[in-house]
Design a protein around this ligand. Structure first.
Ligand code: SAM
Length: 389
């Protein structure tokens, strides 16, 4: 079976069984990835803002989820502190995250703690995932789990995945899939437990899974069974976060905040860069148009390469965007100064997305550009290409 070693070496998810199991069934993509993609698809569908992964292990699912622009808060909790250590660098922003910041904020926390302990920082989430976690809980903890996750954390949605023991006979030497598993359930056992939990805490639940059985063995069901729980909003819900006492139990291991356009300095950087690019392009066009026709061919030979680059890098506008730009006040020149009206800049879609109005545009550009005397246009030297920084 094509599976990564998530747990210990004598596991179905590990390498030890790989040779024997390969004869029987091969999952493509590997089963652990199918579970992650399943969560990713649900995130795409439901666009949660706050997501927590209980029993997050080496934070692989969190790493995949951090690319979703809808998520603003991502939390991983695991009882094994060693698994969480050093996962920081994996979850830290790349250079590209600074060059092209997200639209919305993203903060990631990793906590050392147990899924069966209450911590008020996990209140008010849109989605809590428990991927291959419950089978690691002993009976006492399994009994506490619904009280904490559904009764206390009470998120809008919970995804629980766990092995389907009915699939195990397809693995020749397996009784339980991992030495740390306290139990593995058949579909009836999981669904009975899940329906009881859902009824008790006012959730509805649907069942599905990943890891298709091979042809001829369809009756065993998916290798991994999954319950998707959704809170019934019509029913009276728990007091909201502000009404609950704060309970801080988990130990913070790692925190990071991503650069985003919500943060002034990154919005300023992106805006200044965009304005600089558009102004350069307008000024070049303006200078080109000033040249007498006989000089034009010589000029285009000189600047042919750089103009070609600029053309390639130029954004492509829709007809409506082009019209909006053309209708706005045009750039002009007085003496050696080239002026671009702020209204013109605001007509460019990217600039417009970064600033709601002229006042915001002015405030964000204040430190990086020179304006004309009435503050309505950006002023640069007609010939000095480096000036506006
Ligand atoms: N969810 C991850 C994944 O799918 O890749 C890891 C799954 S691994 C099979 C189970 C994880 O649950 C381990 O990292 C283990 O340390 C963690 N775990 C076990 N009991 C826990 C508990 N009571 N609270 C939080 N995490 C727990």
């Amino acid at each position: 079976m094509e599976e990564r070693n998530l747990e210990s070496n004598n596991t179905i998810d590990g390498n030890f069984e790989e040779v024997t199991v390969k004869k029987v069934i091969e999952f493509k993509p590997p089963l652990y990835r199918q579970r992650y993609y399943f969560v990713k698809n649900l995130v795409n569908q439901h666009k949660p803002k706050k997501v927590a992964d209980l029993g997050c292990g080496d934070a692989s699912l969190l790493w995949l989820l951090k690319f979703h622009s809808c998520i603003e808060l991502l939390v991983g909790v695991d009882i094994n502190e060693d698994k969480l250590k050093w996962k920081g660098s994996k979850l830290s922003p790349f250079l590209g995250d600074f060059l092209s910041p997200r639209d919305l904020d993203l903060t990631i926390f990793l906590y050392h703690g147990s899924a069966v302990e209450r911590d008020s920082r996990l209140l008010g989430f849109d989605l809590i995932t428990c991927i291959e976690l419950i089978e690691h809980l002993d009976p006492e903890d399994l009994a506490r789990f619904p009280k904490v996750v559904f009764g206390y954390f009470s998120p809008a949605m919970v995804i629980i995945s766990t092995p389907n023991i009915e699939f195990n006979p397809l693995f020749p030497t397996v009784t339980l899939r991992d030495s740390d598993h306290k139990f593995e359930w058949n579909r009836m056992q999981f669904q009975t437990w899940a329906l009881d939990v859902a009824n008790l805490y006012n959730y509805s639940v649907e069942f599905t899974g990943v890891g298709e059985p091979p042809a001829g063995s369809e009756e065993v069901g998916y290798c991994t069974q999954i319950g998707i729980f959704q809170k019934n909003h019509a029913m009276p819900s728990n007091p909201c976060k502000s009404e609950q006492h704060s309970e801080i139990v988990y130990k913070p291991i790692f925190t990071v905040t991503y650069p985003s356009l919500q943060q002034k300095r990154f919005r300023q950087l992106v805006l200044t860069n965009e304005v600089f690019r558009e102004v350069q392009s307008m000024r070049r066009t303006f200078v080109q148009n000033l040249k007498p026709p006989n000089e034009e061919s010589a000029k285009s030979e000189d600047t042919g390469l750089s103009n070609a680059c600029i053309t390639l890098l130029k954004p492509v506008f829709t007809e409506a965007e082009k019209n909006k730009i053309e209708k706005s006040p045009a750039p002009f020149c007085i003496g050696n100064n080239f002026y671009v009206p702020l209204e013109r800049l605001l007509a460019y879609p990217k600039v417009n997305r970064l600033c709601e109005n002229i006042e915001v545009l002015k405030a964000l550009l204040a430190d990086s550009v020179v304006l004309n005397s009435d503050g309505s246009a950006l002023k640069v030297d007609l010939l000095d290409e480096e000036e506006i920084y």
